[in-house]
Design a protein around this ligand. Structure first.
Ligand code: IPM
Ligand code: MG
Length: 369
């Protein structure tokens, strides 16, 4: 098989500096594990806007469609707040998701033992937590038509967005959740608002149908999304896989992220249909944003982005054992007490820099050989 290709889109804010650390990890796998990648880089978000006047150039979009996997840092920043909506940095990311048809967004929330004290919840509520949120990523209110701001009949402006889901859109993300559950705790909880939304009624019906016809051995439950948010804070360990729509998934995954102590820890994978070589269309990115307030200061935590590369090893490149190796290396540096600024408790301490964290993870990888 030819060398697998990776397109790196570091983006804005802390994106480039965390990606520098990921490059060290990628290089390590090439040098020490005979796992070389053909890496190219390009622009997304505000960085692309500055050069091309759009948050994702057509050539970059075309490249993303061709590579085996895309690794993205973060997009957005105050500098771009006043731009027209159509060229805001976030539109670049949304275009990638939509045109690559990355319908299944995997957002694991795992609490590392060494960080159980950092959660805003009690330690016993989060210690050992390991849940997976599967968020639908290419439809729903993020993309539904009609949308826009217009003047209505009484001369008042109104903003409109549309929540819309087809049966097949629901069924494919449900399948993806059931498949994951089979390899984990065998439990899926589906979340919607079937009590107030027709799209939620259809969501519940189709998830149940896919379950009954194709995955009867997986345990399935349904929950209203608001109650789901509450249960995530009350007793998150009741969940294994949660499947939900685009908007609820956006909210619930931030909630779940915070259970683990810091947004700086959480990776994600966005997967689509298999390509000709059998690999799924894929984009990997940290759940955190561009954090403009700390950008360029060496304060950012590179772990979420590094763990996103671990997900790429697992889901795109069939290198589960090497993904485990990388995750264990991260666990080791945390157990050794290394902390970036986001992981400082109220009592403070001396944080390590972004690059020191990357170097320590490389050293832990070396030690794993
Ligand atoms: C996320 C982010 C994005 C979203 C933004 C940056 C468009 O919040 O990935 O969760 O809303 O999906
Ligand atoms: Mg979000």
């Amino acid at each position: 098989m030819s060398t697998p290709s990776l397109l790196i889109l570091a983006g804005d804010g802390i994106g480039p500096e965390v990606m520098t650390e990921v490059r060290k990890i990628i290089d390590w796998f090439g040098a020490k594990r005979d796992l070389a990648f053909d890496v190219s880089e390009d622009l997304v978000g505000g960085a692309a806007y500055d050069v091309h006047g759009v948050p994702l150039a057509d050539e970059t979009m075309a490249k993303a469609q061709e590579v085996d996997a895309v690794l993205l840092g973060a997009v957005g920043g105050p500098k771009y707040d006043d731009l027209d909506f159509s060229v805001k940095p976030e539109r670049g990311l949304l275009r990638l998701r939509k045109e690559m048809d990355l319908y299944s967004n995997l957002r694991p929330a795992q609490c590392f033992d060494a960080l159980a004290d950092f959660s805003s919840l009690k330690k016993d509520v989060v210690a050992g937590l390991d849940i997976m949120i599967v968020r639908e990523l290419t439809s729903g209110i993020y993309f539904g038509e009609p949308r826009g701001i217009s003047v209505n009949a009484s001369g008042e402006r109104e903003g409109v967005n549309t929540q819309r889901y087809t049966e097949s859109e629901i069924a494919r993300v449900a399948r993806s959740a059931f498949e994951l559950a089979k390899r984990r705790g065998n439990k899926v909880c589906s979340m919607e608002k079937a009590n107030v939304m027709e799209s939620g009624i259809l969501w519940r019906e189709i998830v149940q149908k896919v379950h009954d016809e194709e995955y009867p051995d997986v345990e399935l439950s349904h929950m209203y999304a608001d109650a789901g948010g509450m249960q995530l804070c009350r007793w998150p360990k009741q969940f294994d896989v949660i499947v939900t729509d685009n908007l609820f998934g956006d909210l619930l995954s931030d909630v779940a992220a915070m259970l683990t102590g810091s947004l700086g820890m959480l990776p994600s994978a966005s997967l689509g249909a298999p390509m000709e070589n059998g690999r799924p269309k894929a984009l990997y990115e940290p759940v955190h944003g561009s954090a403009p307030d700390i950008a360029g200061q060496g304060k950012a935590n590179p772990i979420a982005c590094i763990l996103s590369f671990a997900m790429a090893l697992r889901y795109s490149f069939d290198q589960g054992a090497e993904a485990d190796r990388l995750e264990k290396a991260v666990e080791k540096v945390l157990a050794d007490g290394l902390r970036t600024a986001d992981l400082m408790g109220p009592e403070g301490g001396s944080p390590v820099s972004t690059s020191a964290m990357g170097d320590a993870i490389v050293a832990a990888l070396d030690a794993s050989l």
